[in-house]
Design a protein around this ligand. Structure first.
Ligand SMILES: NC(=O)c1ccc[n+]([C@@H]2O[C@H](COP(=O)([O-])OP(=O)(O)OC[C@H]3O[C@@H](n4cnc5c(N)ncnc54)[C@H](O)[C@@H]3O)[C@@H](O)[C@H]2O)c1
Length: 375
C-alpha cells in the first residue's frame, strides 16, 4: 500500500461532502487521500469534483470503482439500504471499509456484512462519531465504573429531532419503506441507540409503540415509545419523535447512589451520600430520604467527531490502532430499532433479543412491496 490510504467515497451527497472536506483539508490527518468518488447521479459527481477541486477519478458504478485498483479503502455514504452490499463487495475485493450509520436497514443483511468483514480480515469501522464526544465518554465511564451503584431505571427522551415536511420531501428515498427502510429510529436515532447499547448493552426484550406518519405525510415511524427489560432487573424507556418542537434530549439514570441526568451538554450526578438500599434497610424515621448532593461532572471540551473516526480508521489500517467504533457493533443499535418496529408489527407484543431476523425481514419486505417509492 502507498504511504497514504487511498479512499474511494461512494455516495457523494450531503454527509459525504463533510467527510471530503475533512479529508481534503487535513482535518482527518495527513495519511489519507481521496483517489476516487462514486455516485449514481452524475450531477453529484460533477458537483463534488468542482466543489473540492478533486483530482480523483469518478465512477457511476461502485463495482467499477472497487475493481479499479485506485483505492485501498471505501467510505460508504449512500442511503442506508446500500451499506451492507457495498461493504460486502469491498471486502470481497480486499478493501477496508468505513460505513456511515446505520449499518443497514435490517439485521439479516447486517449479519451477512459482518460475516464478510470477518472473513476478509480487513479493517471495518462505522461512523458512530458521537462516541468521541467527552459528554458520552464520561457517561459511559460513570456507568462502567460502578460509581452509580445498581441501576434502577433508564429513560432517554430524544424528541429534539424536529423535521418539517419539506425535509422529508427533499429526497425521494427519504422516509419511505423502499427507499430508506425506516424513520426516526433508522435515520435520526442510530447515534443514541448506539450510545445506549455501548453503555447499557442489549436488553432481554423490547416492547414498543411506533406510530407511522403521525405528524408528517410519510410512510415510516415519526413517533416511538419503547420499553426495554434488562436481565439485571431494571426497566428502560426510549422515546423519540420528529414531530415535537421544542423537543427534549434528556437521559436519566436512576440508580442506587442517586440519579444521573444528561441534558443540555451537562452531566449532573445527584449523589446520595448513602446507598438507597442501605438507607432503606437502616432508616427508622418514617418519611425521609438519604442526603443528596448535586454534582456537576467536569467535561473536557468537545472533540472533533466525524474527522476523528476517519483518522482512527486510517490509523487502524496503517498501524493497527484500536477502532473507536468497530463496524460489527453497528448490528446492536440496528437490532434495537428493528425490535421496536417488530414489536409494533406484532401488535405491541414483546420481542426477545437477539431478534428473529427472518420475521423482521419478511414484515419489512411487505411494507417495501407496498411502498410508493421505488428502491
Ligand atoms: N454520521 C452522521 O452524523 C450522519 C449524518 C447525516 C447522514 N448520515 C448518513 O449518511 C448516509 C447518506 O446520507 P445523506 O444525507 O448524505 O444522503 P444524500 O441523499 O444527501 O446522499 C446520498 C448520495 O448517495 C448517492 N447514491 C445512492 N445510491 C447509490 C449507489 N448505489 N451507489 C452510489 N451512489 C449512490 C445519491 O445519488 C446521493 O448523492 C445515510 O446513511 C445517513 O444516515 C450520517
Amino acid at each position: 500500500m502507498s504511504e497514504k490510504v487511498r479512499i474511494g467515497v461512494i455516495g457523494v451527497g450531503g454527509m459525504a461532502g463533510g467527510h471530503i472536506h475533512n479529508i481534503t483539508t487535513g482535518k482527518a490527518g495527513d495519511r489519507c487521500e481521496i483517489t476516487a468518488v462514486c455516485d449514481t447521479n452524475e450531477e453529484r459527481l460533477a458537483w463534488v469534483k468542482d466543489r473540492f477541486s478533486l483530482e480523483a477519478e469518478s465512477f457511476t458504478s461502485a463495482e467499477d470503482m472497487i475493481r479499479s485498483g485506485k483505492v485501498d479503502a471505501l467510505l460508504v455514504a449512500t442511503p442506508h439500504f446500500f451499506h451492507p452490499d457495498l461493504a460486502i463487495l469491498g471486502f470481497k475485493h480486499g478493501l477496508h471499509v468505513l460505513i456511515e450509520k446505520p449499518a443497514g436497514v435490517h439485521t439479516k443483511h447486517v449479519r451477512e456484512m459482518n460475516a464478510a468483514a470477518k472473513a476478509s480480515g480487513k479493517v471495518f469501522a462505522i461512523m458512530f462519531n458521537q462516541r468521541i464526544k467527552p459528554f458520552y465518554q464520561k457517561l459511559k465511564d460513570l456507568v462502567d465504573s460502578g460509581d452509580l451503584g445498581e441501576i434502577k431505571r433508564v429513560q432517554w427522551v430524544i424528541t429534539n429531532w424536529y423535521r418539517s415536511q419539506s425535509y422529508y420531501d427533499s429526497g425521494t428515498w427519504r422516509a419511505t419503506w423502499a427507499g430508506e427502510g425506516g424513520g426516526v429510529l433508522l435515520n435520526q436515532c442510530p447515534h443514541q441507540l448506539d450510545i445506549w447499547q455501548w453503555c447499557f448493552g442489549l436488553p432481554e426484550e423490547v416492547t414498543a409503540y411506533c406510530q407511522f406518519g403521525k405528524y408528517h405525510d410519510i410512510e415510516v415511524e415519526d413517533d416511538v415509545t419503547a420499553y426495554m427489560k434488562y436481565k439485571e432487573g431494571y426497566s428502560a424507556t426510549f422515546i423519540a419523535s420528529t414531530g415535537e418542537t421544542p423537543g427534549t434530549n434528556r437521559l436519566e439514570i436512576a440508580c442506587d447512589m442517586g440519579k444521573l441526568v444528561a441534558e443540555n451538554d451537562t452531566l449532573i450526578f445527584w449523589r446520595n451520600r448513602k446507598s438507597e438500599r442501605k438507607f432503606n434497610a437502616e432508616f427508622k424515621g418514617g418519611f425521609g430520604s438519604p442526603e443528596c448532593w448535586k454534582c456537576e461532572i467536569p467535561l473536557k471540551t468537545d472533540a472533533a467527531a466525524h474527522e476523528k473516526i476517519v483518522e482512527n480508521f486510517v490509523n487502524a489500517i496503517l498501524d493497527g490502532e484500536e477502532l473507536i467504533a468497530p463496524g460489527e457493533e453497528g448490528l446492536n443499535s440496528l437490532m434495537l430499532s428493528n425490535a421496536m418496529l417488530l414489536s409494533q408489527w406484532r401488535g405491541n407484543q414483546a420481542v426477545k433479543l437477539s431478534l428473529d431476523d427472518e420475521e423482521f425481514h419478511n414484515l419489512l419486505q411487505k411494507n417495501i412491496d407496498a411502498s410508493k417509492a421505488k428502491k
